[in-house]
Design a protein around this ligand. Structure first.
Ligand code: KMH
Ligand code: ZN
Length: 308
């Protein structure tokens, strides 16, 4: 008997910088090609950020997003989940603009604030390709990723107008209470979709105990009416995704979260990481859901209702 799970490929993100891997997709063409590759490998959903094509810096440019979304749509049928986390230093308005402009089926909604810290990576890199990279990493030491209750309410309202399903990013246990509050206020509707984001300095670390605790806490605080996925920064990506599959959850891989395929071997693409987690899942009789099945599982509005 096979079970169907949503496998997400987070293609580029806003954490890693071009110096860290030559395989990080930067331009709309590269990001769309990565989406195609990930989809071919079995990814159900692709999670996208935009980057400045010249410098690789995370970007909130609406035209760039438009180009990325339409190029992905023309190359594969994976469900697209746009970021509203954006990149460090972007305003809340900039972050949500992709939802207002393109009305995606699914988008991230970061469920609370944290000191999203990447500065320890600075010490590991001697020479950077671009000046913005060390500055970006250094500023994160003092950066609170702002997702206040006002922001959460406003984001939820914009999502509701567009009928965009929120993928609620949970970095810490308290954020589950924030989600419960949003449900109670009628800002978001069950069934909800949680993405546990583990291993970020400033949030909960990627351990099995933490994952079990979060899933149990979610049941306690929210009830049974949710589906969940996990992603983990760096070397814990596959361990946590494997655990999630065994626990009845979904899995997110991709170069946004981890640049490696295994110890000492960099991933050539997010697609390679998708292949690996799909292979691990199949060993347990677990199959990736198709985009059509994901639309059923997540109750998405459908591709005909997006504006890209
Ligand atoms: N860019 C990070 C600050 C998301 O896509 O919503 C958070 C992030 C999550 O990447
Ligand atoms: Zn992201």
């Amino acid at each position: 008997m096979s079970e169907k799970v949503i496998v997400t490929a987070a293609l580029t993100g806003a954490i890693h910088t071009p110096t860290m891997s030559q395989n990080l997709p930067i331009t709309p063409d590269e990001i769309a090609e990565e989406a195609r590759r990930a989809s071919e490998a079995g990814a159900t959903v692709v999670h996208v950020h935009a980057r400045d094509p010249e410098t690789g810096q995370p970007s909130a440019d609406s035209n760039l997003f438009g180009e990325i979304l339409s190029k992905i749509k023309s190359k594969c049928d994976a469900v697209i989940c746009t970021t509203t986390g954006g990149g460090f230093g972007m305003t809340v308005e900039q972050r949500v603009s992709v939802v207002k402009a393109y009305s995606p089926e699914l988008a991230s909604l970061n469920a609370g604030s944290l000191n999203f810290a990447l500065h320890p990576i600075l010490g590991k890199i001697k020479e950077f390709k671009h000046d913005w990279e060390p500055q970006y990493l250094a500023m994160s030491e003092d950066f609170i990723f702002p997702n206040t209750f006002k922001t959460l309410r406003e984001f939820s309202e914009f999502f509701a107008v567009e009928d965009t399903k929120p993928e609620l990013e949970i970095y810490d246990a308290g954020m589950l209470s924030n989600v419960a509050y949003l449900i109670q206020q009628g800002n978001i509707k069950k069934p909800i979709y949680l993405q546990f984001v583990l291993g970020i300095l400033g949030g909960m670390q990627a351990t099995l105990n933490n994952l079990v605790f979060l899933v149990n806490s979610a049941k306690e605080i929210i009830g049974d009416d949710f589906v969940w996925s996990v992603c983990a920064a760096g070397k814990n990506q596959f361990k946590m995704c494997n655990a999630a599959l065994l626990m009845g959850g979904f899995a997110r891989v991709g170069l946004e979260d981890n640049l490696y395929l295994e110890k000492g071997r960099m991933a050539e693409s997010s697609g390679e990481q998708v292949e690996k987690i799909v292979r691990i899942g199949r060993e347990h009789g677990i199959e990736p859901a198709t985009p059509a099945e994901a639309r059923e599982i997540l109750k998405l509005k459908g591709l005909e209702k997006v504006r890209y």
